[in-house]
Design a protein around this ligand. Sequence first.
Ligand code: ZN
Length: 187
Amino acid sequence: MLETKLIQPFLESEIKMEERAGLKIKVYGDSVLRKIAKPVKRISDEHRQLLSQMAEVMYDDSGIGLAAPQVGLSIQLIVVDIGEGLYKLINPKIVKRQGRQSISEGCLSVPGVCVKVKRAKQVWVQAQDENGRFIEFEAKNLFACVLQHEIDHLKGKLIIDYATFLEKLRIKRKLAALKTKIKVAKL
Ligand code: ZN
């Protein structure tokens, strides 16, 4: 598989920067989106570089969050910016949740599809920053929503998994079309 080839050399720090310069968004149907992402053990310049590149891809595509599996790398890195500053997070996890909210969410990896997702209104997140420092912070509303969405990506979970039966019927054709595109692209 393509992603395995990419991840191994990356973790072994053998891949050159130029080879990762053109990160591309992986779309629904690509198996990397369903994998459990590996935690980062030793944070290196490669990870810092990748986080910056992920932020670039996110801003280019007008996203407010992006997880490494979305660019084909099954490792625990996410970037988030809801317009209040860029967060680059390594090994993020939610340690506490509170309240409920329901926001209609899109995803760069499931283009053209929106699903109303019920999530916690407030979350407490533990992570490491790009220098390896352990951080913990609280997030509310949209920021909490995006963090939960991106951390879901690290668990192989997508917004469509939250769709109700009726929503699934509604988006079925779009998903089938996305999967077909993947197959065509891989030929
Ligand atoms: Zn997403």
